[in-house]
Design a protein around this ligand. Sequence first.
Ligand SMILES: Cc1ncc(COP(=O)(O)O)c(C=O)c1O
Length: 397
Amino acid sequence: MKTLDWNTLFGERARRIQASTIRELLKLTQRPGVLSFAGGLPAPELFPKEEAAAKAAEILRQKGEVALQYGPTEGYFPLRAWVAEWLGVSPEEVLITTGSQQALDLLGKVFLDEGSPVLLEAPSYMGAIQAFRAYGPRFLTVPAGEEGPDLKALEEALNQEYPRFLYLIPSFQNPSGGLMPLEARRRLLEMAMERGLVVVEDDAYRELYFGESRLPSLFELAREAGYPGVIYLSSFSKVLAPGLRVAFVVARPEVILKFTQAKQGVDLHTPVLNQILVHELVKEGFPERLDRIRTTYKAKAQAMLEALDREMPKEVAYTRPKGGMFVWMTLPEGLSAEALFRQALEENVAFVPGGPFFANGGGENTLRLSYATMDRERIQEGIRRLGKAVKGLLATA
Ligand SMILES: Cc1ncc(COP(=O)(O)O)c(C=O)c1O
């Protein structure tokens, strides 16, 4: 019998899908005793376990023939209508997706050909880079910091090339935690409108603000200005439960139609039971739930910042997030976050080295810390251990 060499049988696309070294590294963080700031996971104590259990049972008993049946690709209509009302759009402009991660893949499928230019922030969400990469685009990047993308660099990039789309996370960016100020949002939108540029706004963290209120999204500003070119992505993962895999895209009906056709080939539709459950969980008391989530993350962020202020040597810089789940740290130039990762593991503490968040390389001296999953004591103990590892690395540098 002829033996099969699978690697020669896979297609071109599979060759672009590589196991990331970072995911291999992160497996080490699962060891017992490791305090991990690595995962981007929401706080499990915020999951509506009892409520979901009761509602799921009720849904299955009362609407089992709908919940267990195939459903429309666009999504369970009452949930689409709820999202539409929440965002002030019409239900025809909403597509329910299986996580925002699916929306990122659909974006690649619908907009990217091999070699297509696509513009991202550096750093940007690793999962987006991975989803787009499968379609073989050419990544263009602009530096981004605590106030979002560098608009000068963005303008220069746009003057040179017209990308298929610009992908941005303007509020509490993953991984940098950055927040684009209102003026920057307006300026960016002007640039997009002048050029007819498609902007993809990934707003997974929007509701997790620590201040008084949230900023208007690019999508809202674009609607006010009559510009249809912003595609808006958001998700129930960070405000309800990521395991339900329910998220949504909002865009002009022409775009929604193309995404719907593309989604049909992927999973026909997002699980109906999960969509009904999400609808039941958000239709009452959602603002109060968001308040609880914000209070919880704000306290965790504060605990981390207090500990960082106490434990980190002055050579190390870190952001002070105004919302979201992440602190972004920069080591002195020339130091490697991967080397720190190994040293930190010896102290039983973990984080994500920043390199993989840069689509075109760089950022070797950066790292992401998530404060979302641990309690105050463990955050403080973890940062104490990390401080020790950082001082150790600096001493040997
Ligand atoms: C910026 C960003 N977009 C999308 C996702 C994917 O979220 P979902 O759980 O909705 O697939 C994440 C998850 O961490 C994220 O940080």
